[in-house]
Design a protein around this ligand. Structure first.
Ligand SMILES: [Zn+2]
Length: 89
């Protein structure tokens, strides 16, 4: 079952969600402060192109996030795809 990490915008805590369904939710309540202002961190194991595109629109820190999390060669090539898909370039 894939594990989806979410980061809290308020306290930066990471809440992990085990999700077996087709499409994980966009937000989960933060475990630390119960804020609903969380966003899904795109990990190598939980990667969907359409979701990543959504995140790119919502989160201006997306590039930094990707740079921090994309460490494998696979993720690096996916980053190229994302760059081409980014809506505001
Ligand atoms: Zn929080």
């Amino acid at each position: 079952m894939p594990l989806y990490p979410y980061r809290c915008r308020r306290c930066q805590a990471v809440t992990e969600l085990l999700w077996s369904g087709f499409q994980p939710p966009d937000h989960v309540p933060c475990e630390a402060c119960e804020s609903e202002e969380t966003y899904r961190v795109i990990g190598v194991n939980a990667y969907h192109r359409s979701d990543a595109q959504k995140t790119a629109r919502l989160d201006p820190k997306y590039d930094k996030l990707v740079n921090a999390t994309a460490k494998s060669a696979d993720a690096a090539s996916e980053r190229h795809l994302l760059r081409r898909m980014k809506p505001f370039e």
